[in-house]
Design a protein around this ligand. Structure first.
Ligand SMILES: C[S@@+](CC[C@H](N)C(=O)[O-])C[C@H]1O[C@@H](n2cnc3c(N)ncnc32)[C@H](O)[C@@H]1O
Ligand SMILES: [Zn+2]
Length: 189
């Protein structure tokens, strides 16, 4: 886990510029379903240390605007911090219709595994599983037909959709009021 760690490589994929965001990981050949594509490496830390790093990342995100969350839950005792530049898998972007998922094996190692057959050239993605807190800060540009607009775990989609519906209704009401005001104004002139 030293500074001289070489960036991890995969025989299935490489880093390229992504239309979704910054850099992403792309299939360099056809990848069959269930292939373990690359290990998500990092430092195994206990919950106390994880909370400390999580809070530090949160504070940083408040000032920089970008939350780079690389903390994974491994089990009740351990988390994994993947925030190291040699952890190439950290560059895989989120999608609301992902072609991969992060799976934890019996040795508590995290692998990015293909959820379906992936074609050469396709961008790899998984669902980051963020909760609803501060969802507005994480707009999603995955481009999928199923995109819910924000980087949020699928479990939270029903709640998110309700929130967005309410927000839209409120904005429409405000716009209608505004139009009514303008109409009244121009009628009185
Ligand atoms: C773990 S990094 C992924 C690598 C990133 N593309 C880069 O070049 O550093 C996570 C960050 O990428 C961006 N990102 C990932 N998936 C995204 C998506 N579907 N839509 C918009 N931004 C995304 C967000 O800024 C997120 O905080
Ligand atoms: Zn999306």
């Amino acid at each position: 886990m030293g500074k001289k760690h070489k960036p991890t490589k995969s025989e299935w994929a490489e880093i390229r510029g992504s239309l979704v965001h910054g850099q992403g990981m792309f299939a360099t050949k056809d990848i069959p379903e269930e292939t373990s594509i690359i290990e998500y490496l990092g430092e195994r830390i206990d919950k106390e240390e994880s909370n400390r790093r999580g809070h530090a990342l949160f504070d940083e995100s408040q000032s920089t605007g970008g939350a780079q969350v690389y903390l994974f839950t491994l089990d009740d005792d351990w988390d994994l911090d993947g925030n190291f530049d040699w952890n190439t898998a950290r560059l895989v972007n989120h999608s609301c219709e992902p072609n991969c998922e992060a799976q934890i094996d019996e040795d508590l190692r995290i692998w990015l595994v293909a959820l379906r057959d992936i074609s050469q050239g396709d961008e790899l993605s998984f669902n980051y599983g963020f909760d609803l807190e501060d969802y507005q800060k994480h707009p999603c540009r995955c481009g999928s037909d199923k995109c819910v607009g924000y980087i949020v775990g699928e479990d939270y989609w029903p709640k998110l959709r309700k929130k967005l519906k309410k927000k839209k209704a409120k904005a429409e009401k405000k716009a209608a009021k505004q139009r009514e005001k303008l109409r009244a104004l121009s009628a009185s002139e």
